[in-house]
Design a binder for this molecule. Structure first.
Ligand SMILES: [Fe+2]
Length: 306
């Protein structure tokens, strides 16, 4: 009898730690299929949403919030709520409600509310960049999903190697002034992850999404290279995928909208990324206001799901 050879791939080893990794729920897959179709049928969507009373209640709550219904008549009917929100916002809200709930809410090594706020802000801001680039619907969807899931490897570490991951984060948070001779330098989170855990969260997340959630390659690519652009910056398709994610991630981090400990936050070659996307310095500055909108909208989405 032959036994399968034990894998020596560090990512495989992490993913086989014996932890229960979440799978994508059927209702989300069905809703996603419907919501991303060219002719999304709101009746069908209402029927699918209606099967989940919690989801229905939260969608009604958001449709009646001051953000979507300032001073308007309250809506009690799910179909009308969906019409008011529109397909893109319904999709964003469904993701805000369903995806964070797939992972344990307590006992995490990181601040999960910061984590999801960061993830939604990156997704929303990447889409704002995509709009300026006049991307098509499919490209915009890649930006949304890749933005939302770009740091998912962190949650996998949190499930599979919690104690070591906690230690790494502590190291990133330690006060450099505590030791008199210590130099005040930042630490490299990904290097620490590779050294202590065998992989970094960008790599781990991309393998998880490819093997477990079976997401398409353009999303996997964004997740894999969102931190370290390297050779990818010169790839033609980077302009419509990885660069918006990289810029959105860096700007949200710069604004403090991140789960990354202060000392581990890194600068980025944003100038080069903006230039590759064909934006002037003025364009880049003009977009600063859109980061604020993304941050505010992510708060609204997460508040509705809370
Ligand atoms: Fe991030």
């Amino acid at each position: 009898m032959s036994t399968a050879p034990a894998t020596s791939d560090p990512v495989e080893l992490i993913l086989k730690e014996g932890v229960q990794l979440p799978s994508l729920p059927e209702v989300l897959l069905k809703l996603d299929r419907e919501l991303s179709s060219e002719e999304a049928d709101l009746k069908k969507i209402a029927k699918l949403v209606g099967m989940d009373p919690v989801l229905s209640g939260q969608i009604l709550r958001l449709a009646n919030s001051t953000w979507y219904n300032p001073g308007g008549k309250p809506i009690q009917d799910l179909s009308r709520a969906l019409v008011r929100l529109g397909v893109p916002t319904t999709r964003e809200l469904v993701h805000a409600l369903v995806i964070p709930a797939l992972f344990p809410k307590s006992g995490s090594a990181i601040d999960l509310s910061k984590f999801w706020r960061h993830s939604f802000s990156v997704a929303l801001f990447a889409q704002a960049i995509g709009k300026r680039l006049r991307l098509d619907r499919q490209q915009m969807e890649v930006l949304w999903t890749a933005g939302l899931l770009h740091d998912i490897g962190v949650l996998v570490f949190d499930l599979a190697s919690k104690e070591n991951f906690r230690r790494i984060l502590r190291l990133c948070e330690e006060d450099p002034f505590a030791e008199p001779d210590a130099e005040v330098v930042g630490v490299d989170l990904c290097n620490l992850e590779r050294e202590w855990l065998g992989s970094d969260h960008a790599h781990l997340g991309s393998v998880f999404l490819q093997k477990y959630w079976k997401l398409p390659d353009p999303i996997i690519w964004c997740v894999r290279y969102h931190l370290d652009l390297g050779w990818t910056i010169d790839e033609p398709q980077a302009v419509t995928s990885i660069l918006p994610i990289h810029v959105a991630n860096s700007l949200c981090e710069e604004r403090g909208q991140t789960w990354v400990p202060l000392r581990a936050r890194k600068g980025s070659h944003l100038g080069e990324a903006w230039k590759r996307m064909g934006f002037s310095e003025q364009d880049a500055q003009d977009m600063a206001a859109e980061v604020d909108i993304a941050l505010e909208k992510s708060d609204q989405l997460l508040a509705a799901s809370g």
